[in-house]
Design a protein around this ligand. Sequence first.
Ligand code: UP5
Ligand code: MG
Length: 204
Amino acid sequence: LDSDKVTVLFVLGGPGSGKGTQSANLVQDFGFSHLSAGDLLRAEQSRPGSEVGALIRTYIKEGQIVPVEVTIKLIENAIRDVLAEKREGEGWEDGKGRFLIDGFPRKMDQALLFDAELCQSKLVLFMDTTEEIMRERLLERGKTSGREDDNEESIKKRFKVYKEQTRPVIDYYIEKGKVATIPGSGTIEEVHALAKAVVVEQVF
Ligand code: UP5
Ligand code: MG
């Protein structure tokens, strides 16, 4: 990807930290294209004829991270689809594609591959809150979400994988000076205001 034409922000944080919610808010504010790695995987899982659907399902239920080749391909395709569509139509005012990638990279191999083969992200928004709050939110959502991983057992596994595999990715980007930590325990509106201010200050 041509980094003059594409700006990528990652949105990271634990399960239920508000990545999806705040990404949607930032799309409203700034017109990013929002790509949720989890949503792309869930869509691929239920696509008839998918060769990796069954594999994705097992990984998600177990809270494990789907092999990097699968996920990075889905993200790359989604980015290319958006770029192709924008070029045909009106496009962005300055010709730049701006992407918010939520829930990825969540393991070091993903981060290294994306940085080396696709592009360097401009900023990482780290949604920071406590495990207690995240658990409460996920169990509440689980009453209606239909997500196969919104149950006590899967949530426990997701937290473990987050601590062991995703925190090191956040630390890696902290070392590169790319991380803005957003306190994520307040109301959706409060967290939104904090996230919006960071993007205004550091991206535009
Ligand atoms: N909510 C949000 N903010 C709130 C607030 N401030 N106050 C009160 N409530 C708030 O929010 C979760 C819930 O909390 C919602 O009901 C929301 O209304 C409420 P959400 O914004 O959805 O949080 P998010 O961080 O997006 O939580 P999510 O459950 O999506 O996080 P995960 O990281 O667990 O899920 P994801 O979809 O990214 O990944 C799922 C699985 O896919 C992974 O476990 C893994 O198995 C697989 N995966 C990969 O293998 N590779 C990848 O690269 C990505 C995913
Ligand atoms: Mg999400």
